[in-house]
Design a protein around this ligand. Structure first.
Ligand code: ADP
Ligand code: MG
Length: 735
C-alpha cells in the first residue's frame, strides 16, 4: 500500500508542477460548507450544542460536558474505547485447535503457582455454558488480581487441548458488564468511557441518533484520490462504522481512518516545521577534511566503534550542508556518545566557530569537563567550564572571553547557558542527556536566537513512537553497538531481608577485592512523617545505617543534589580516586557519571523508579572491564511493579527496555512528567497506534517533500494542520 501511495505522490508532484495552481475537481464534488473545527457558513450543524440533540436535555448535557463533549462534533469524535464482538463467540464444543477464536464464559476459579526456575503460572478457569476452558499466563502473576469470581469475560486466542481440557495461553481478555448483557443480541457493541450517571446504553443510543443526523455533514479534508490510495474510508463512513458498527472489520477501518488522520496532521505539522527551518535558516559550513579528521582522532585514547563512526559521518554531512543541523543522537547507556559530541565540537572549532555542550547537572558538566580537558591537554583549543561554581568575578571574566570569541569550547549546565551568555561566533550546541525537551518545549525556545547547529543526545534510548513525535522534528542517528569488551550488567530483583543480607555480604567481598559500589535511593531526606528509621527511601538514612552496620568496615560517603556543589564535586572526586569505596546517593549519579572501577550498584526502593531510569542507573556499573552487578531492592508486593523489575532483569538492551517501559507505563512517565508526554492528539494513542504512526509519518513527509501537499486539493487539510499546530510549531508563513 505504501508503495502505491508513493507512486501516486510522485504523479501528484508532476501534476502540481504541470498545472501550477489550477483548481482541479479533485475532491468529492460535494464539498460541504463547514470544516471541522471552523465556524464557516450560517449555523454549522456540527457546532450544534449537544443539548439540542434529540434525547439530550440540560441534565445529560451536563454529564457529557464532564467528558469534554459540548458540541455534536465533540460527540462524533468521542470514539469507543473498544468493540465488544458477541457475534463471533464460538461454543467450547465447537472450538478448533490452534485457530484464533473467542469464547464467552463466567470466571469460576483463579489460581497461581510457582514453577521451577523462579517462573510462575497463573490460570483462570471459565465456565462456558457448562463446559470449561482455562486461560493461562506465564510470569504474569498480576493478571490474577484483575479477575473477579463470577465475572463474565471473553477470551480470544488460539486454544489447545491440554490433558483433556481446552486452554488458551495469554488470551486477549474483554470484560462484559451488565449493560452489555442487556443489549447483547449477539451483535457488536461499541464501548465508551463513561462518567457517573451516564449509562452505556444511553450513550450508544445518543451516538446512533447523532450519526444518523450529522455524520454526512462532516466534510472530508482528505482528498478522495489520496484516501483511496492510502486505503482510508470517508470520514462519514468512519463515524458510522465506529458508533453503529456492523462488522468488526469496518469498525477497525473506521477507527484507523480517524487515528491515521490525527497522526497525519501532527506529522504534517512536524514536516512543515522542518521545511520552515530549511528554508529560513542557513548555517555556516564546517568542512571535515581528512587532516582535521586525523587531528581529532589522535586525541581519542581508543578506536571508535562502527556505530560511532556512522553517527559522525551523519553529523559531518549536516555540518557541511549549509543548513542548520537538528539531530538526535540515540545510543544505549555507555555506548560512547561523549566522544561523538567532542568530535562534532572540534569540527566547529576547527572552522573557527565556538561550540558549547550543555549538561543537565553540575556533576555531569564537571565530568565532561574532565574528559575533554584531559583529551585536549596538548592542544591549543581555548576552553572553559561555565558552571554555577564560578565566583561572580570569574563568571564575569568567563563571559567576557566568550563574548570576545577568545574561548572556543564551552562546557556548562543548561541553566547557566540559557541566561546572559553572549557568543561571538556560536556554531554548535550539544544538549547532552536530555529527555525532557520534547518537540513542544524546543519549539518554544527555538524561535529567538539565530540558529547554530544543534545536536541533542538522550540519556537512554527512547521508544520509537516517542522518537517519531516528541523528537520527530529531528534527524536521527543511532549507535547500536557498544565499545568492545563491555559486559552486560547482571541484574536481579531482591526482595526479603535474607536475600538482601546475602547481597550485602557479596558486596563486602567485592569491596575487599578492590571494587567500588553505588547505593542509590529515591529521596534525599526522610519525609516529615517518617520515624527516622531506614525505610530505604532517603539517602541520608540509608547512608547512616550502612556506615553504622552493613558497611561499617568500609569508607562510605554521601552525595545528593542539595549538597553544596563544591561538596558534591569533592565527594565525586574522592570516589573517582578510590578514596571512598561506597557512594550513597540520589539519582545524581543517574546521568553519565563514569567511574570504571565501580562495578556494584544497589538501588533501594527500585519500584519507585521508571525502567529507563533504572537502566540508565545500572549503566554506571558497566564502564570498565570488570563484571557489573545491579541489585534492585524491591519493597513492594505490587505484582505489576515486580513484573517491571523482572523485565529489566531480563532485558540487557536499552532499546528493548525502552519499548517495554513504554508499553507498560505510557509516554508520560518516560519523558519525566505526564505533561511532557501529552501530545496534542485527538484520538490516537502512541502506545496502541505505533504502526499507524510510522505510516502516517512516512506519508506526511512524502506529501511535503514531493510538493503534493502544496496542491490546491490539499488546502483544506493544510488549513486544518495550521489551525491545530501553526502556533505550537511556529509555522508562520508556511501556508
Ligand atoms: P554515554 O553514551 O552513556 O554518554 P560515554 O560517552 O560516557 O557513554 O562513554 C562511556 C565510556 O566508554 C567512557 O568511559 C568512554 O571513554 C568509553 N568509550 C567510548 N567510546 C569508546 C570506544 N570506541 N572504545 C572504548 N571505549 C570507549
Ligand atoms: Mg553521556
Amino acid at each position: 500500500m505504501m508503495g502505491r501511495l508513493r507512486d501516486w505522490l510522485m504523479a501528484q508532484t508532476l501534476r502540481v508542477q504541470l498545472t501550477g495552481c489550477m483548481q482541479q475537481p479533485f475532491d468529492d464534488s460535494s464539498q460541504p460548507a463547514a470544516q471541522i473545527g471552523r465556524q464557516a457558513g450560517p449555523q454549522p450543524p456540527l457546532a450544534t450544542p449537544v443539548q439540542f440533540v434529540r434525547g439530550v436535555g440540560p441534565k445529560r448535557a451536563e454529564l457529557l460536558e464532564r467528558l469534554g463533549i459540548r458540541t455534536v462534533e465533540d460527540l462524533l469524535f468521542y470514539l469507543p474505547r473498544d468493540l465488544l464482538d458477541l457475534s463471533q463467540v464460538t461454543p467450547v464444543d465447537r472450538l478448533k485447535d490452534g485457530e484464533l477464536q473467542t469464547v464467552c464464559g463466567r470466571v469460576v476459579d483463579i489460581d497461581g503457582r510457582e514453577l521451577a526456575g523462579g517462573k510462575s503460572l497463573s490460570a483462570v478457569l471459565l465456565d462456558c455454558d457448562g463446559r470449561y476452558l482455562r486461560g493461562v499466563w506465564f510470569n504474569q502473576t498480576w493478571v490474577q488480581q484483575k479477575f473477579q469470581p463470577r465475572a463474565r469475560v471473553l477470551f480470544s486466542g488460539k486454544p489447545k487441548r491440554q490433558s483433556g481440557r481446552w486452554e488458551i495461553s495469554h488470551p486477549r481478555v474483554q470484560w462484559i458488564d451488565e449493560t452489555d448483557e442487556s443489549t447483547a443480541t449477539g451483535g457488536l457493541l461499541p464501548r465508551y468511557g463513561l462518567t457517573d450517571g451516564l449509562k452505556m446504553d444511553d450513550l450508544r443510543r445518543l451516538m446512533k441518533t447523532v450519526v444518523e443526523q450529522y455524520a454526512d455533514f462532516v466534510p472530508d479534508v482528505l482528498p478522495a484520490a489520496f484516501r483511496e490510495q492510502a486505503g482510508l474510508v470517508h470520514i462519514a463512513a468512519a463515524f458510522r462504522a465506529l458508533h453503529t458498527p456492523t462488522t468488526a472489520d469496518q469498525f477497525a477501518a473506521g477507527r484507523h481512518r480517524l487515528i491515521f488522520q490525527d497522526l497525519l496532521e501532527f506529522q504534517l505539522g512536524i514536516a512543515l516545521r522542518r521545511r520552515v527551518w530549511r528554508q529560513s535558516r542557513g548555517a555556516p559550513r564546517f568542512p571535515a577534511t581528512p587532516k582535521i579528521d586525523a587531528r581529532i582522532r589522535r586525541l581519542f585514547p581508543f578506536e571508535l566503534t562502527a556505530g560511532q563512526n556512522q553517527a559522525i559521518r551523519e553529523i559531518c554531512a549536516d555540518l557541511e550542508s549549509g543548513w542548520a543541523m537538528h539531530r538526535l543522537l540515540q545510543a544505549d547507556v555507555g555506548a560512547g556518545k561523549t566522544v561523538v559530541a567532542i568530535y562534532a565540537m572540534l569540527i566547529a572549532v576547527a572552522a573557527g566557530y565556538q561550540a558549547v555542550c550543555m549538561a543537565p547537572t553540575e556533576l555531569l558538566a564537571s565530568q565532561h569537563w574532565h574528559t575533554i580537558d584531559r583529551m585536549l591537554a596538548h592542544s591549543r583549543v581555548n576552553r572553559l567550564a561555565l558552571t554555577g561554581r564560578l565566583t561572580a568575578a570569574e563568571r564575569r571574566d568567563a563571559l567576557a572571553r566568550i563574548a570576545s570569541g577568545e574561548v572556543q569550547l564551552i562546557i556548562g549546565t543548561q541553566a547557566v547557558i540559557q541566561q546572559d551568555v553572549r557568543f561571538a561566533r556560536l556554531g554548535l550546541v550539544v544538549i547532552d542527556e536530555q529527555h525532557k525537551f520534547g518537540v513542544m518545549q524546543r519549539a518554544r525556545f527555538g524561535g529567538n536566537a539565530t540558529p547554530p547547529h544543534t545536536l541533542v543526545m538522550t540519556a537512554t534510548p527512547i521508544p520509537r513512537s516517542l522518537c517519531l513525535t516528541q523528537f520527530g522534528d529531528l534527524d536521527l542517528s543511532i549507535v547500536r553497538d557498544l565499545p568492545p569488551g563491555r559486559q552486560r550488567v547482571i541484574t536481579s530483583r531482591v526482595a526479603g531481608s535474607n536475600d538482601q543480607a546475602r547481597v550485602w555480604e557479596f558486596i563486602r567481598q567485592k569491596l575487599r577485592s578492590g571494587r567500588q559500589a553505588y547505593v542509590v535511593c529515591p529521596r534525599i531526606a526522610p519525609t516529615a512523617a517518617g520515624d527516622g528509621g531506614d525505610d530505604g527511601l532517603s539517602a541520608e538514612q540509608v547512608y547512616r545505617r550502612l556506615a553504622d552496620q552493613e558497611l561499617r568496615d568500609f569508607r562510605v560517603s554521601l552525595v545528593h543534589g542539595q549538597l553544596d556543589s563544591d561538596l558534591q564535586a569533592a565527594a565525586m572526586a574522592a570516589f573517582r580516586a578510590g578514596h571512598t569505596q561506597v557512594l550513597v546517593s540520589t539519582t545524581v549519579v543517574e546521568v553519565g557519571v563514569d567511574v570504571a572501577n565501580a562495578t556494584l550498584m544497589v538501588i533501594r526502593r527500585a519500584e519507585s523508579f521508571g525502567l529507563s531510569q533504572l537502566h540508565q542507573l545500572r549503566g554506571r556499573v558497566s564502564r570498565g572491564s570488570f563484571q557489573g552487578y545491579c541489585f534492585l531492592f524491591a519493597e513492594t508486593e505490587l505484582a505489576e511493579s515486580n513484573a517491571r523489575l523482572e523485565a529489566l532483569a531480563n532485558h540487557a538492551s536499552g532499546f528493548d527496555v525502552a519499548e517495554v517501559d513504554f508499553q507498560m507505563r505510557g509516554p508520560g512517565d518516560i519523558l519525566g512528567t505526564r505533561q511532557h508526554g501529552d501530545l496534542p492528539l485527538k484520538v490516537a494513542d502512541l502506545v496502541r497506534d505505533g504502526d499507524a504512526l510510522a505510516a502516517a509519518r512516512q506519508t506526511a513527509f512524502d506529501l511535503v517533500a514531493s510538493g503534493a501537499f502544496d496542491g490546491p486539493e490539499f488546502a483544506p487539510l493544510k488549513n486544518q494542520v495550521l489551525d491545530r499546530f501553526g502556533r505550537l510549531f511556529d509555522l508562520a508563513g508556511s501556508g
